[in-house]
Design a protein around this ligand. Sequence first.
Ligand code: ADP
Ligand code: X2W
Length: 295
Amino acid sequence: MGESRARSAAGRDVATLLEALPYIRQFHGRTVVIKYGGAAMTEAHLREEFARDVVLLKYVGMNPIVVHGGGPDITRYMERLGLEVRFVEGLRVSDEQTVEIAKMVLVGKQNKDIVLRINRHGQPAVGLCGDDGLLFRVRKQLGPGGADIGFVGEIERVDTEVLNDIAENFIPVVASVGSDAEGRSYNINADAAAGAVAAALGAYKLVFLTDVEGWRADPDDPDSTISEATAAEVRARLPSVSGGMRPKLEACLRALEAGVESAHIIDGRVAHSLLLELFTDTGIGTKITLGREAQ
Ligand SMILES: Nc1ncnc2c1ncn2[C@@H]1O[C@H](COP(=O)(O)OP(=O)(O)O)[C@@H](O)[C@H]1O
Ligand SMILES: CC(=O)N[C@@H](CCC(=O)OP(=O)(O)O)C(=O)O
């Protein structure tokens, strides 16, 4: 059999498969932004499973875009160097040295590790940060009450063309670092970056993989996990939410307000949690939608 006949036979196989699997067919061409959190990235076997699941999404015709963190790893390197680690409402206070470490850890280490694993599972990935292809335009973000929290960046603009071009042939893997018009580098919270990317792309879903089952009404009580919430409910509770959950909920709101259908906070420590969320009717973790505002 010549190469083109083999290819068209393969095409027919895929078409037959899609015909036979109407459930999967509905996801064809859908963009899913996946925030891969540092807290869920710690175990090697989970990193492998994550890469395999992302590749599977691409195989079934979805358009996965990975935005990753690596906060615990940044903290580890800062501690090794004897630097003070401080967070304000989930954002790391970042002096010049901190940004340098964040850049090395996120862009040099974590990003390349994710790219390599995805490549090895059969779909090529391309790693980039906000500077590559001028993906992000960033400005300095202030803390609560206008406090100076250093070189923490806020994304003003995402160049969707860069991501769409890459996504045609590769799986984009984005590290949350970028710079402003003067060329100063900033450390960007990865939840915020994922929210900005999902909003700009008008993604179908935004999924956060983290190290808790979902958003808890009481942060200390695992039985208080909220399975569904509307944007209005999130807004009402937001002032009392602290730690790493705060930038996630803010990012969910930003994405939903820009037209993303739903945002999900799920447990990345559970094997194949991404597939369980996307390909089961009930899903897992916390699902947030615009609710009645959408009508
Ligand atoms: N209401 C809440 N519900 C769930 N987790 C919460 C809540 N408030 C704070 N947290 C904390 O947020 C953490 C997840 O955020 P973070 O550590 O930044 O993870 P990631 O690396 O996935 O972004 C949880 O481990 C938990 O300690
Ligand atoms: C400004 C800011 O908070 N930057 C984050 C970037 C990494 C990140 O967000 O990692 P996780 O998703 O694993 O938390 C930080 O330095 O930790």
